[in-house]
Write a protein that binds this ligand. Structure first.
Ligand SMILES: [Mg+2]
Length: 358
């Protein structure tokens, strides 16, 4: 099966509600859709989300990078896929979201060529995973109401966005925790919004008030690994990194510097499934658990992440709720949601049958 071309198109998807973190506020998203064609018929699908404040990519830069990748991979034999993935990763530096979109389309093709769902190719049989649900950063009343609503919709794990004023964040979490009770797991994500000292103070105060927090994600600036290590050493709950690492090499160095209890893998940061598998293996070797998350992405790329999560034993948590914030999906098929459960399709590959002309 030879690769005959890689085509891109872009799509704008309004969100159902404004999505706010300590880094940004989003009302609509633009995603790049990728189609990989082959000489034997099957077509592979993927998508990329430009998240300029995290990966530095824009819609135009992703399309430009994929044009370059197209030139590098066109004519290659996909059966020799180790070589294809190595060339994909080496033909251009950075541009991780562009690489991720092509990578997942290639995995889609590999699984389709065997007639099996992608999660089976990746080594699993489970076809359901549980996701958390994000509570956007907002005033306390709105966040409490959101949390209650999500509980009634069947979610068991809340991922609460914090990282603004530390004192206000403590109040937010106390009110939310009181409102939802202890049947619900609360994980928090500060998206780089705190200083190391503030993160330790928030963590300690939450423990003093007996507010149970499963984990604290990315409390400090992305490149401040020493600060992350300080928080890990002094805060009472596990500390996870998200924006602090992208590649398998980053993950190795981050883990070696004793800066994290866990890491949050995202396909848009690491360049796709090929590298995500390496990261999960590195973390596993260090007995560090992984979560898998996404940017504000459409259901095509989140479907790829869910296949990976279902098949990888060291990925123990899923933050794959982004499609629930999207008003529509550019792909037909893929994952579906049943309360907190993500159900993977039984069809070969990603399970996406075609792309809509939105
Ligand atoms: Mg995060």
């Amino acid at each position: 099966m030879k690769i005959t071309g890689i085509n891109t198109s872009s799509v704008t998807i309004p969100l159902n509600t404004v999505f706010r973190t300590a880094l940004r506020s989003v009302e609509k998203i633009e995603n790049v859709i990728v189609t990989v064609t082959t000489d034997s018929g099957p077509v592979g699908y993927g998508s990329a989300a430009p998240t300029t404040v995290i990966t530095g990519e824009t819609t135009a830069s992703i399309i430009g990078a994929i044009d370059h990748i197209d030139t590098a991979l066109r004519g290659m034999e996909l059966d020799n896929h180790e070589l294809v993935f190595r060339r994909l990763n080496r033909c251009i530096v950075g541009n991780t979201s562009a690489k991720a979109a092509v990578d997942m389309a290639l995995y889609d093709l590999l699984a389709k060529s065997l007639g099996i769902p992608l999660y089976r190719l990746l080594g699993g049989i489970a076809h359901r995973v549980e996701t958390d649900i994000t509570i956007s950063l907002d005033d306390i009343g709105t966040m409490v109401a959101d949390s209650r609503r999500r509980l009634s919709e069947g979610f068991n794990i809340l991922k609460v966005k914090v990282g603004s004023d530390p004192q206000l964040d403590i109040e937010r979490l106390e009110q939310i925790s009181r409102a939802v009770g202890d049947q619900v797991t609360i994980r928090i994500d500060a998206n780089q919004g705190w200083s190391a000292k503030a993160a330790v103070q928030v963590g300690s105060e939450l423990a003093r008030r007996r507010i149970p927090i499963e984990l604290m994600e990315q409390p400090v600036k992305a490149r401040s690994w020493s600060e992350l290590a300080f928080v890990r050493a002094h805060a009472p709950m596990p500390v996870y990194a998200d924006e602090s690492f992208f590649s398998p090499g980053d993950a190795l160095e981050l883990i070696k510097s004793d800066a994290v209890d866990g890491i949050n893998i995202k396909l848009m940061k690491c360049g796709g499934i090929y590298n995500a598998l390496k990261i999960a293996a590195i973390a596993d070797a260090a007995s560090i658990p992984c979560m898998i998350g996404s940017m504000m992405e459409c259901s095509i790329s989140v479907t790829a992440a869910a296949h990976l999560a279902a098949a990888t034993s060291n990925i123990t948590g899923c933050d794959l709720d982004a499609p629930l914030f999207c008003s529509r999906s550019p792909g037909v098929g893929g994952i579906s949601y049943s309360g907190a459960e993500i159900v993977l399709p039984a069809e070969p590959g990603l399970g996406i049958s075609r792309i809509l002309d939105l």
